[in-house]
Ligand binder design. Structure first.
Ligand SMILES: *Cc1c(COP(=O)(O)O)cnc(C)c1O
Length: 376
């Protein structure tokens, strides 16, 4: 039985292996493994692509969020508003910076934070909002920036899943005060290891981030603030320079894959297909459907379907099974079951189907056939 994986990184590598091998070997042979022109070139290329005047590379998307919060001087006594339906890093870094995450519910149709719920969550302690462009779909940044400006709040865009997505024609990461990117292998721009970056148009924020990510020093061995070590390796930067040149093509392939799923799955009952917001340009890091629960058992229809797909070699994923306000780590925040009903229901119904730029038509047809079969 051939399996259909959620993501196939080897297939992507094979298509560009000559270029990747050459780029990696060049670094290995140069003896320059940390920093250097390769890293600064990549930073310049990403800044140009996103359209910001500054880009600072770092070790991961998690570090990018942490560094952004630190550079904006967000810490003890401050609150940051975000979504409970995201990867833990979004909220975890708020806590690591010493501030308190405050959640608002999401919209069922986009899985993104419900902008109309933000104002009610603002207090005198609120310093920033972190919108997450989840699954590759941009948040309505026009409405979000209006609210942020009105209340004098910073906006840190979590672009980890949305490199290349656009809102109103602008690439995300160039709309808020700071944009945070992850190059984890399965992201739209993923490397062969860990990596991250921060984009901004504010030179002072950029400089502060450079200081904090280098042990709090602007001049080596002179330390002004408590910093961390967060670097993008030269090998990863070399790989990312190659891959960035393919990103637009891959994102277009992802859009095609999404269009094909829309067609193939349109008539299957009991599932809701992902929807696109007007004004946004989705880059489909995930193709996530909602499986309405028809089961009175402990096991949801979604979980049962997932098992049946797996028996047929189709591997689907659940992003995310538990919203952040119900995680053990955040019990201290005092949120109860029912606090964010849309996020909680989504956690029980979401199912992400195999999605990567070079999935074949036959594989997508197999996925659609298996889904149709389950509900017939
Ligand atoms: C992947 C991800 C991160 C963290 O990125 P890492 O590079 O894995 O640290 C942050 N936020 C979201 C929404 C993500 O999907």
């Amino acid at each position: 039985m051939n399996t259909i994986p959620p993501v196939d990184l080897v297939r992507q590598y094979k298509n560009i292996s000559d270029e990747i091998d050459r780029a990696v070997l060049e670094v290995v042979r140069s003896g320059r493994y940390i920093g250097g022109a390769i890293v600064s070139d990549f930073e310049e290329q990403l800044a140009e692509y996103v359209g910001t005047s500054h880009c600072i590379s770092c070790n991961s998307g998690t570090d990018a969020l942490y560094l952004a919060l630190r550079a904006l001087n967000i810490g003890a006594g401050d609150e940051v508003i975000t979504t409970p339906f995201t990867f833990i890093a979004t909220a975890e870094t708020i806590s690591l910076a010493g501030a308190k995450p405050v959640f608002v519910d999401i919209e069922r149709n986009t899985f993104n934070m419900d902008i109309s719920a933000i104002e009610a969550a603002i207090t005198p302690q609120t310093k920033a909002i972190i919108p997450v462009h989840l699954f590759g779909q941009p948040v309505n940044m026009a409405r979000l920036m209006d609210i942020a400006q009105k209340h004098n709040l910073y906006v840190i865009e979590d672009c980890a899943q949305s490199t290349g997505a656009k809102w109103g024609g602008n690439i995300v990461g160039n709309i808020g005060h700071v944009g945070c990117f992850s190059f984890f292998p399965t992201k739209n721009l993923g490397t062969c290891g860990d990596g991250g970056a921060i984009t901004t148009n504010d030179p002072a924020i950029a400089q502060t981030i450079r200081v904090i990510k280098e042990h709090g020093s602007a001049q080596r061995y002179y330390h002004d603030v408590v910093g961390i070590n967060s670097r993008l390796d030269s090998i990863q930067a070399a790989i990312l320079r190659v891959k960035l040149s393919y990103l637009e093509q891959w994102n277009e392939q992802r859009r095609e894959v999404a269009r094909r799923y829309h067609q193939l799955l349109a008539s299957i009952p009991n599932i809701q297909l992902p929807q696109e917001t007007n004004g946004g340009d989705h880059v489909w890091n995930q193709y996530t459907i909602l499986v309405k629960n028809q089961s009175s058992q402990e096991k949801t229809t979604r979980d049962d379907l997932r098992e049946k797909l797996q028996e047929k070699g189709i591997i689907s994923m659940i992003y995310y099974p538990i919203p952040l306000h119900l995680q053990k780590v955040y019990q201290n925040l005092g949120y109860k079951n029912g606090a964010f009903p849309i996020a909680e229901q989504a956690a029980e119904e979401v199912l992400s189907l195999p999605m990567f730029p070079d999935i074949s038509v036959e594989e997508q047809e197999q996925v659609a056939y298996a889904l149709g079969d389950y509900f017939s």
